[in-house]
Design a protein around this ligand. Structure first.
Ligand code: ADP
Length: 185
């Protein structure tokens, strides 16, 4: 199974993914987090933040996820993943892909600003530290129309969001591995 997270920077993708991984491992279920920031440092080093590069980034992460998920590893792709078309592309290209929207309004993210990115995006244009392509501020984020799961991290605690995603994965996993029972239940 592949869980493709999407959501703005600081929304909680990494935090929730790591919590879910810990929880799953305690049940003996292997989870691999395919983290956009990590892969940008290696496999996707050549990519920037244009629309084309952001989409290519997701394609590569999706490909890695597809290889691992064939061996029963639950893959969580943790990246902003801002474009509808490439999210759809992944959903159509591989089996058992679920889209999970990790949602948090920009004003809350500006308060959190754990990485200082929002502060940098709001600097005047001529400032040398200005970020010119921060998703949700000066770069687009296409809100998923009908995600398989919608987590609102400004309304629920980290623990509650973790449990929600974990339960969703368990449910989906059972449906995939025992489709007959699920249909007849
Ligand atoms: P992302 O991976 O989406 O960029 P991070 O997980 O790195 O986001 O950062 C999210 C920040 O928001 C963390 O500092 C986390 O403690 C905080 N946070 C507050 N509430 C939540 C929540 N309900 N779910 C996830 N993170 C939350």
């Amino acid at each position: 199974m592949i869980i493709q997270l999407c959501g703005l920077s600081g929304a909680g993708k990494t935090t929730i993914a790591h919590n879910v991984k810990r929880k799953a491992l305690s049940y003996g279920t292997p989870v691999e987090i395919i983290d956009g920031d990590n892969y940008r440092a290696f496999l996707c080093k050549d990519l920037g933040f244009s629309k084309a590069d952001r989409c290519e980034n997701i394609r590569r992460l999706g490909f890695v996820a597809s290889r691992l998920s064939e061996h029963g590893i639950i893959c969580i792709i943790s990246a902003i993943n801002p474009y509808h078309a490439v999210r759809e592309e992944l959903s159509n290209a591989y089996a058992h892909v679920k889209t999970v929207f990790v949602d948090c309004p920009v004003h809350t993210l500006m308060e959190r600003d754990t990485k200082g990115l929002y502060k940098r995006a709001l600097l005047p244009d001529h400032h040398p530290d200005k970020l010119h392509n921060l998703t949700g501020v000066n770069d687009p984020f296409e809100v998923p129309i009908s995600p398989d799961l919608h987590l609102k991290t400004h309304e629920k605690t980290i623990a509650a969001c973790t449990n929600e995603l974990f339960s969703f994965i368990l449910q989906s996993f059972q449906t995939h591995t025992h489709p007959y029972q699920a249909v007849t239940a």
